[in-house]
Design a protein around this ligand. Structure first.
Ligand SMILES: Nc1ncnc2c1ncn2[C@@H]1O[C@H](COP(=O)(O)OP(=O)(O)O)[C@@H](O)[C@H]1O
Ligand SMILES: [Mg+2]
Length: 345
């Protein structure tokens, strides 16, 4: 029956159904954040695209879920795609799907995220990390609501509402030729800028208390609060990873705390002290993930990242890096970087 297949299309696959959150779960006492939530709640009721901007860990995903849950599409799928996690050659098939036999491994029809999102919400997360080639492909869907599965003839239509999120400064990317201006204007719709935790001092203490309580329950501890010294550390730190980082630092501190309250010299606070010197500078991601790199390794990574962003366009990459084309070619050869920016490590 038609109705049945309709239902199946709308069923949310496990991957996307992590108990979608609501606005009640976004906790804040900060005026700028309250205003931001007010805007998001208003935007949730309309079908314009929504763009959520903010540093890592500020709650962009949370907000996208809350918008979905608060809107007319709440009983439809919520599909989140992390654009930075899909390898370039797979992007088309991930987003648009593919037909059986479209390429060697395509043994059956595969539905893409646009199709799975159906009449629900599609969150294109980390949109600032998409290559220019992928941006061009997405533009058509956003503009004309139409797409084809890879290897398919039939033109499919999307009725999904689009939410995009990124920690990148998209305007800067547009100015630098790394993000299509037409796509940027299409997606901008309502723009919601989530403030970083360091600008939300009103939130720090009660969020810490909530995390302590949750960690007490989870780890069978009975920490009762935070010492003045520890709070000072929290206030002085820049929290480049925002609430995600706060959660991990505080829950680790609860686990190792021997006293009644989180003390200043709790072993898990070392990172906060070391971080003070860099102040508000967000930690470069490569260092955050894997430890310390040599200058050569950093250069290799940086060139690779820029090449990936330009979709392998070396002229554009050289311009962005502010080096000559021959210098870029020499470095590419030196580090064994692939044309598409892939790194042979
Ligand atoms: N206002 C908030 N109150 C409580 N928890 C929050 C809040 N904002 C973010 N979090 C938590 O912080 C973590 C990071 O949030 P997330 O939405 O994934 O951030 P982003 O997508 O901006 O990187 C998640 O565990 C989320 O539940
Ligand atoms: Mg996120």
């Amino acid at each position: 029956m038609a109705d049945e297949s309709k239902n199946r299309d709308f069923s949310i696959s496990e991957t996307y159904r992590h108990n979608l959150l609501t606005f009640q779960e976004i906790r804040t006492r900060n005026p700028a954040m309250i205003e931001c939530l007010r805007l998001a709640q208003e935007a949730a009721l309309h079908d314009l695209p929504i763009m959520i901007l903010g540093e890592n860990g500020t709650g962009k995903n949370l907000m996208a879920q809350a918008i979905h849950t608060a809107g007319k599409r709440a009983d439809r799928p919520f599909v989140a795609v992390n654009c930075s996690a899909i390898p370039e050659p797979l992007i088309e098939s991930e987003l648009f799907g593919h037909e059986k036999g479209a390429f060697t491994d395509a043994r059956r029809i595969h539905k893409g995220k646009f199709e799975i999102a159906a009449e629900g919400t599609l969150l294109l997360d980390e949109i600032g990390d998409l290559s220019l080639a992928a941006q061009a492909k997405i533009l058509r869907v956003v503009e004309y609501k139409q797409f084809e599965r890879v290897g398919g003839e039939e033109t499919l239509e999307t009725k999904a509402r689009f939410i995009t999120a990124t920690n990148k400064d998209l305007r800067e990317l547009v100015a630098g030729g790394l993000f299509r201006q037409d796509l940027y204007f299409r997606l901008r719709g309502f723009t919601i800028e989530v403030p970083p935790l360091r600008d939300r001092q009103e939130d720090l203490v009660f969020l810490v208390d909530e995390i302590i309580e949750e960690s007490n329950r989870k780890f069978g501890k009975s920490v009762r609060g935070t010492s003045a010294g520890a709070l000072r550390l929290f206030r002085d730190y820049s929290w480049p990873g925002n609430i995600r980082e706060l959660k991990s630092v505080v829950s680790a501190a609860v686990i190792v705390e021997k006293g009644d309250e989180l003390s200043e010299d709790n072993g898990s606070f070392g990172v906060l002290r070391d971080g003070l010197a860099v102040g508000a500078l967000p930690a470069p991601r490569a260092v955050e993930e894997d430890g310390v790199y040599t200058m050569d390794q950093m250069e290799k990574r940086h060139i690779s990242a820029v090449l990936r962003r330009t979709g392998g366009n070396k002229a554009q990459a050289a311009k962005l890096l502010d080096i000559s084309r021959p210098t870029l070619d020499r470095k590419i050869a030196k580090y064994g970087i692939g044309v598409d920016g892939s790194q042979a490590d």
